[in-house]
Design a protein around this ligand. Sequence first.
Ligand code: SF4
Length: 715
Amino acid sequence: METTSTPTHCPYCALQCGMNITPLPRGGVEVTERPDFPVNRGALCGKGRTAAQVLSPALRLTAPLVREGDRLVPASWEEALDRIAGALSAVRACHGADAVGVFGGGGLTNEKAYALGKFARVVLGTSQIDYNGRFCMSSAAAAGTRAFGLDRGLPFPLADIPRTGCVILVGSNLAETMPPSLRFFSELRENGGTLIVVDPRRTRTAEQADLHLAPRPGTDLALALGLLHLVVAEGRTDEEFIRERTAGWEEARAAAMAHWPEYVERITGVSVPELREAVRMFCAPESAMVLTARGPEQQSKGTDTVGAWINLCLATGRAGRPLSGYGCLTGQGNGQGGREHGQKADQLPGYRKLDDPAARRHVAEVWGVDPDALPGPGRSAYELLDALGTDVRALLLMGSNPVVSAPRAAHVEQRLRSLDFLAVADVVLSETAELADVVLPVTQWAEETGTTTSLEGRVLLRRRAVAAPPGVRSDLHVLHELAARLGVEKGFPTDPEEVFGELRRASAGGPADYSGITYRRLAEENGVFWPCPEPPAADGSPAGTDRGPSADGGGATASGTAVHPGTPRLFLDRFATEDGRARFVAVAHRAAAEEPDAEYPLLLTTGRVVAQYQSGAQTRRVAELNAAAPGPFVELHPRLAARLGAAEGDPVAVVSRRGRAVAPARITAAIRPDTVFMPFHWPGEGRANTLTNPALDPVSRMPEFKTCAVRVEVL
Ligand code: SF4
């Protein structure tokens, strides 16, 4: 085992905080501060500080498991891999290539996401691949692409936030999800800027705001339209910017003018004076930003909702300029990179589109296959899960736990149980892995080298710091072995740097161009922002050749060969559309897919708590985190609690059209009286996603996690 300290990054959220990992002489690992990484400057939340505990063999899988009747029993790697290859072959032979599905995760490194997408299309020949990032940010990605021609979560570094004039933070509780990032917002206020938080709950983030707007869940679209209406009515539009750098304003303007303030107040519950104050705060300074997260995105109209916030930025000239713009706060560790390199149903590496003939030709050439042999776009994540056991009969799943994290989770669990065959590769025996026919124990963050792309679009090298326990192998090894067993001997290397070299070639010329990024550069430069194309080589060496680290963070390698510096800030000269103009999109308010009625009179919204991460598969195994957040709860406003007769800690059942979840009541004035809140990290009877609505956004295919109709029963 290595004994020196290794600089690396946290395995959890998209902030990808820097940390040092040091193996201890008597075993175990210590996580220490790494002040040189500019995003967190040494700060870590409790999840990051305790992340190394999940490296312990006592908390994770260390041997493959195969199903024998009702039980999973240990097996050799050979037997486990043979069983998977045999089952996938048999299903494919009987039912066709699309009867085999693949489900990935936003926590997989870029190399794994790339290899998984290639494995699905080249080895299995299936179109049926998607990943859990579809549940995370796909509405923001769709809206960003529609408006700007390109989706990169943040088009500027987080370090720009303290220097802008105002930030509207929509549906994000950073105090719980990414605590170290709050520093940028406190510095913004110290510098005289203002923070507006839009959230139905008075969260710990909202408490720090200069203005908190608490709309009814599912009405953020109307709120953004109401603000734009006031911008127009008060003559605060930036006509020169609209004329010079955008298209489609008249239609968007007309749509916004149909949402007058009193109408928006009735829909959202946000008063007209609050709307006016928000417009004043947003428009007064020279620069401003809007940042969205899951609140506005996880809706059946998420793409239009984000589009309405982008319209507000464009109409006021707060986009494509220094210290101004729209950004999405991506959630999962590699949520950004995971959506760029081919594990999404409609994508090829480099953020290319699978239905684009030129993209297919380029990637097929890198892969050494016939472009016509590549399948077309497949189903989105929920649609794929919903099809399990029907025309999708076998599933290979990597790094995801949909039994806890998918909407309408009891139904998804039942679909997983109805499969002919389920193989899961994971670090721990998650609730989904418990249902599998074969479970493969794989290496995790500190045990393997790989790249991730943070919410800033900063590509990072997450270095191997410790040896994995015996019996554990990497996801890349799994794909290599399965490909060989399925007749593809070449093209699936196990060395991550070799995979990254191929990813660079596959991404070259695409929207997310990584061709100028090398492991050596990443090791030297604390990350490189994409797009980072590789300039033509002076010596004629082909794209993807490692030309060494740059001498000064850009400009030239140590040997003098030119390199691209990367792109921390996008759109300053032009947007990524064909004509360089950003696009307004005319959008109108519409109701949520499910509104309250006599039987289900309340709204449910879901979210996270600071001590747990996503489905909790890793963090629920850490004693310190469990002590801080031992289980689910139901937030009720005191007036609602009094009406129901519920006291603090009383077990209550939350019931929706999809099922029932039971958890103790937590009574707080921080939530609206018409809304209840549950965190979604736990399985079993307190599983919040038993209740959530899988109604999909028509563009992004993102489910409506953030609002559904429920009733509450005191037990
Ligand atoms: Fe940083 Fe996120 Fe890890 Fe917490 S979970 S330490 S905020 S990367």
